[in-house]
Write a protein that binds this ligand. Structure first.
Ligand SMILES: [Zn+2]
Length: 101
Protein backbone atom coordinates (compact mmCIF):
# COMPACT_ATOMS: atom_id res chain seq x y z
CA UNK A 1 0.00 0.00 0.00
CA UNK A 2 1.42 3.32 -1.03
CA UNK A 3 0.63 6.42 0.93
CA UNK A 4 0.98 9.97 -0.19
CA UNK A 5 2.40 10.98 3.16
CA UNK A 6 5.74 9.94 4.55
CA UNK A 7 7.95 10.70 7.51
CA UNK A 8 10.97 10.89 5.31
CA UNK A 9 11.83 13.22 2.47
CA UNK A 10 13.03 11.34 -0.59
CA UNK A 11 15.12 14.31 -1.70
CA UNK A 12 17.12 15.42 1.33
CA UNK A 13 16.48 12.17 3.24
CA UNK A 14 15.70 14.03 6.41
CA UNK A 15 13.22 12.47 8.77
CA UNK A 16 10.62 15.15 8.34
CA UNK A 17 6.98 15.16 7.48
CA UNK A 18 6.82 14.90 3.72
CA UNK A 19 4.12 14.41 1.21
CA UNK A 20 3.78 13.64 -2.42
CA UNK A 21 3.63 16.79 -4.50
CA UNK A 22 1.48 17.48 -7.49
CA UNK A 23 4.38 17.85 -9.89
CA UNK A 24 3.38 16.33 -13.18
CA UNK A 25 5.46 13.94 -15.21
CA UNK A 26 7.01 16.66 -17.30
CA UNK A 27 8.00 18.63 -14.24
CA UNK A 28 9.82 15.64 -12.79
CA UNK A 29 11.54 15.07 -16.12
CA UNK A 30 12.72 18.64 -16.15
CA UNK A 31 14.07 18.37 -12.61
CA UNK A 32 15.90 15.21 -13.63
CA UNK A 33 17.35 16.94 -16.67
CA UNK A 34 18.54 19.79 -14.52
CA UNK A 35 20.11 17.30 -12.16
CA UNK A 36 18.11 18.67 -9.26
CA UNK A 37 16.52 15.38 -8.28
CA UNK A 38 17.62 11.80 -8.31
CA UNK A 39 15.73 9.25 -10.34
CA UNK A 40 14.66 7.61 -7.09
CA UNK A 41 13.08 10.80 -5.83
CA UNK A 42 10.66 11.10 -8.72
CA UNK A 43 7.05 11.06 -7.65
CA UNK A 44 8.06 10.52 -4.03
CA UNK A 45 7.23 12.49 -0.92
CA UNK A 46 9.11 15.75 -0.45
CA UNK A 47 9.39 17.94 2.61
CA UNK A 48 8.28 21.53 2.48
CA UNK A 49 11.82 22.84 2.17
CA UNK A 50 12.67 20.70 -0.82
CA UNK A 51 9.35 21.36 -2.44
CA UNK A 52 9.83 25.11 -2.20
CA UNK A 53 13.38 24.82 -3.40
CA UNK A 54 12.50 22.74 -6.44
CA UNK A 55 9.61 25.01 -7.26
CA UNK A 56 11.91 28.02 -7.15
CA UNK A 57 14.35 26.28 -9.45
CA UNK A 58 11.58 25.56 -11.92
CA UNK A 59 10.53 29.19 -11.96
CA UNK A 60 14.09 30.46 -12.11
CA UNK A 61 15.14 28.20 -14.95
CA UNK A 62 11.92 28.15 -16.91
CA UNK A 63 13.78 29.54 -19.93
CA UNK A 64 16.32 26.74 -20.20
CA UNK A 65 13.71 24.11 -19.46
CA UNK A 66 12.01 24.55 -22.82
CA UNK A 67 15.29 23.90 -24.55
CA UNK A 68 16.13 20.89 -22.42
CA UNK A 69 12.71 19.33 -22.89
CA UNK A 70 12.79 19.91 -26.62
CA UNK A 71 16.13 18.16 -26.89
CA UNK A 72 14.70 15.06 -25.26
CA UNK A 73 12.25 13.26 -27.53
CA UNK A 74 9.76 11.06 -25.74
CA UNK A 75 10.83 12.40 -22.35
CA UNK A 76 13.38 9.63 -22.08
CA UNK A 77 15.91 10.50 -19.46
CA UNK A 78 19.31 8.89 -19.78
CA UNK A 79 20.19 7.08 -16.59
CA UNK A 80 23.95 7.33 -16.70
CA UNK A 81 25.04 10.08 -18.99
CA UNK A 82 23.98 13.58 -18.00
CA UNK A 83 21.75 15.55 -20.31
CA UNK A 84 23.40 17.38 -23.16
CA UNK A 85 25.47 20.20 -21.82
CA UNK A 86 24.59 23.72 -22.68
CA UNK A 87 27.02 25.57 -24.93
CA UNK A 88 29.89 27.00 -22.96
CA UNK A 89 29.16 30.54 -24.05
CA UNK A 90 25.65 30.45 -22.68
CA UNK A 91 26.01 31.13 -19.01
CA UNK A 92 23.38 32.04 -16.50
CA UNK A 93 22.05 35.53 -16.84
CA UNK A 94 23.11 36.40 -13.38
CA UNK A 95 24.32 39.94 -13.11
CA UNK A 96 27.40 40.70 -11.11
CA UNK A 97 27.04 43.99 -9.41
CA UNK A 98 30.20 45.84 -8.65
CA UNK A 99 30.84 46.94 -5.15
CA UNK A 100 30.29 50.64 -4.95
CA UNK A 101 32.81 52.59 -3.05
ZN1 LIG B 1 13.64 17.42 1.87
Amino acid sequence: MQLNVSNRCSHCHEMVKSKRRDFNNQTWTVLLLLGEVHQDSVDRPLCDDCYNELRDILIERAGEIDTAAAATPGNVVPQQKPAREAPAGKMKGRKISKIAG
